[in-house]
Ligand binder design. Structure first.
Ligand code: DNO
Length: 354
């Protein structure tokens, strides 16, 4: 497995590549052109500059998270082909730049959703959390403001203000989009992009829904093992694969993550490894990475990945805000660096013990 860290790019991230250089074990960067809008063709020079910046710091780009999908593609609107063509052009530019991994999601309107971005823990750290009772009290139209209020002034991944300014329009667009329709639109999209993925050997790694249930009545199709298997069977091409995100699948205590890993194993292209704590039904908070701090057995998860022969990029995911650090929620340096050390230790022990 290759240890990587997510970096949002100069001007968007409080963490620098020079700092990441000093986190032992990290050899790859997961990045994106953060300022781009879903549906846009990525500028060739901007892709080259992104690559040069990462390489000048002594890393390689291990993958892109994310190339976001335009809502017309997700909803199967009449203009979707135009946006699919744009996506294909972006993929070919990334392929030409030697990039072989793309993380994306097919969530309706909202990417990952939380009721609080800075819940205070007893250790004085703050974490992101989700409580369905609180979400039920929020008007979805004010969700963007709710999320942004505690973002420390950073733009949140997947929460593009330009797109969410049109929330009413988006809700109208997704009206009547059932799971079957969303899956059919996903299949249409994947079938269209597979030739360019085959040409450049690009692994598409679809991210699960976070949390793993319907939010604001919007449909979800990547909640559990059955959904993941259905998605893989939609288009049976090895380039159609998954991001195994433990923090997203782990929101539902019924999801047995090691079992999911064993079931989808050769189609996992990327893994997000983090822990969370279940407080009750529909109520969870993120935690430090180690097993003892949350509800997930991180040893069993890393072991299942190792046993399945997974050899791709992994990264720590959301960390706690600790030691006074101010960053994009979940994406500070300190707790993710602690997470990397812990995950690297687990991995070394598993490798040497096998
Ligand atoms: C949040 C992330 C998500 C993820 C996308 C993938 O922190 O896990 O925004 O990157 O869903 O497209």
């Amino acid at each position: 497995m290759q240890m990587t860290m997510r970096w949002f790019g100069t001007g968007y991230d409080s963490v620098t590549l020079e700092q990441i250089r000093q986190v032992p074990g990290v050899s790859g960067i997961i990045t994106t052109l953060y300022g781009t809008q879903p549906g846009e063709i990525w500028d060739k020079d901007a892709v080259t500059a992104m690559k040069q910046t990462v390489e000048a710091a002594g890393f390689a780009i291990a993958g892109i998270e994310s190339v976001n999908i335009h809502d017309s593609i997700k909803t199967g609107s009449p203009d979707r082909d135009r946006y699919i063509d744009n996506y294909i052009t972006t993929l070919s530019r990334l392929g030409e730049a030697g990039i072989h991994l793309i993380c994306y999601n097919f969530m309706a309107i909202f990417d990952w959703t939380r009721s609080d971005l800075a819940k205070l823990r007893s250790d004085g750290a703050t974490v992101m959390s989700y409580d369905q009772k609180l979400i039920d009290q929020i008007d979805p139209n004010s969700m963007f403001e709710t999320m942004s209020a505690k973002s420390n002034g950073f733009a949140l991944a997947g929460w593009e203000p330009e797109r969410l300014a049109r929330l009413k329009e988006l809700f109208a667009l997704y009206k009547g989009i059932t799971a079957e329709k969303l899956r059919a639109n996903l299949k249409y999209f994947l079938e269209a992009i597979m030739p360019v993925c085959d040409k450049y050997d690009i692994n598409m790694a679809m991210h699960p829904d976070d949390p793993g249930w319907s939010v604001f009545g919007l449909v979800r199709i990547m909640k559990n093992k059955e959904d993941l298997l259905t998605m893989l069977h939609l288009v049976d091409n090895p380039h159609n694969g998954l991001t195994l995100c433990t923090g997203s699948l782990g929101t539902n205590p019924a999801n047995d993550i090691p079992d999911i890993i064993r079931s989808v194993k050769d189609r996992i292209h990327f893994a997000h490894l983090r822990n969370l704590r279940h407080n009750g039904p529909g109520d969870f908070e993120e935690s430090a990475h180690l097993s003892a701090d949350g509800s997930l057995d991180m040893f069993a998860i890393v072991k299942a990945l190792y046993d399945s022969g997974f050899n791709g990029p992994v990264r720590p995911d959301h960390g706690r805000a600790i030691w006074g650090e101010v960053s994009m929620p979940g994406y500070g340096l300190y707790d993710r660096a602690l997470g990397i050390s812990y995950l690297s230790g687990l991995l070394e022990a598993i490798e040497k013990g096998s």
